[in-house]
Design a protein around this ligand. Structure first.
Ligand code: CO8
Length: 257
């Protein structure tokens, strides 16, 4: 697929997707979502890629779904034409995704960041679910993910008022991991990605799966699931290498199997 609305790069084990529709603050039209999903499909198939960074530009991570695209649509047209299939592909991507957020991160943009695994934010980042101001509501998981991250009352406040959170508020509320200086956002994201990429890839993948499972199941079922994944890791060469390296007081050299 030739990309029109995103830029992609691979450096070592870290792949980057940059949203690239600056004139509309990286508004997420269908084509952009298709491209993100296609890039992730390619990164999933590429064993060299272990972590993905998703970012926008200085002014916006993404200011939401592209309002022009859905402005004239009827309910039936939305139902028939907007199946959220690309969102499901992002949700099921098995390797860690770090969202590096600067500027506006609103509506579908905030939902996209929440679909990622870790969110780094610059001081200029603004998070919000302003759909209510358009007479609609979040439609890409916002009403489900936001309360799990910030709690019911805070999610209600954001979704029912459309208020934007500053980066420091987003961290205090548990939406973003930490605030980093704007100038070093990508360096911070790359360092974090490289740190995770140096771990045993199968353990990283299964740990991500187990943590995500905690968001939609009971502790009992989640812990059962966790235990099966835990046992499975004992079948990997990297588990043997990790333990051996500890016993030999050296750094492990993980191979990915
Ligand atoms: N869609 C389309 N174009 C947009 C969007 C958007 N979401 N956001 C900004 N733009 C465009 C503006 O129209 C403007 O274009 P132009 O220069 O041609 O007039 C350009 O980007 C720059 O924007 P502004 O001039 O408005 O810049 P300001 O700095 O004055 O304001 C704001 C920035 C506050 C971010 C403002 O642009 C704004 O409020 N944008 C809309 C935010 C919003 O409501 N987002 C939610 C959209 S609905 C949604 O996300 C539903 C998700 C449902 C499921 C997911 C499906 C993908």
């Amino acid at each position: 697929m030739t990309y029109e609305n995103i830029l992609t790069a691979i450096d070592g084990h870290v792949a980057t997707i940059q949203l690239n529709r600056p004139k509309v603050l990286n508004a997420l039209n269908q084509r952009t979502m298709e491209e993100i999903a296609a890039a992730l499909d390619a990164f999933e198939a590429d064993a060299k890629v272990r972590v993905v960074i998703l970012t926008g530009d200085e002014r916006a991570f993404a200011a939401g779904a592209d309002i022009n695209e859905f402005a004239g649509k009827t309910a039936v047209e939305m139902l028939e034409g907007y199946r959220f299939a690309q969102w499901e592909r992002i949700r099921k991507f098995p390797k860690p995704i770090i969202a590096a957020v600067s500027g506006f991160c609103l509506g579908g943009g905030c939902e996209l960041a929440m679909t990622c695994d870790i969110i780094l934010a610059t001081e200029t980042a603004r998070f919000g679910q302003p759909e209510i101001n358009l007479g609609i509501m979040p439609g890409a998981g916002g009403t489900q993910r936001l309360p799990r991250l910030v709690g019911k009352g805070r999610a209600m406040e954001m979704i029912l008022t459309g208020r934007h959170l500053s980066a420091t508020e987003a961290v205090a509320w548990g939406l973003a991991n930490r605030v980093v200086p704007a100038a070093s956002l990508m360096d911070e994201a790359r360092n974090l990605a490289a740190e995770i990429a140096a771990k045993a890839p199968v353990a990283v993948r299964l740990a991500k799966e187990a943590v995500l499972k905690s968001m939609d199941t009971t502790i009992e079922l989640g812990a059962d699931h966790e235990r099966r994944l835990f046992y499975l890791l004992f079948a990997t060469e990297d588990r043997r290498e990790g333990v051996q390296a500890f016993l030999e007081k050296r750094k492990p050299n993980f191979q990915g199997w």
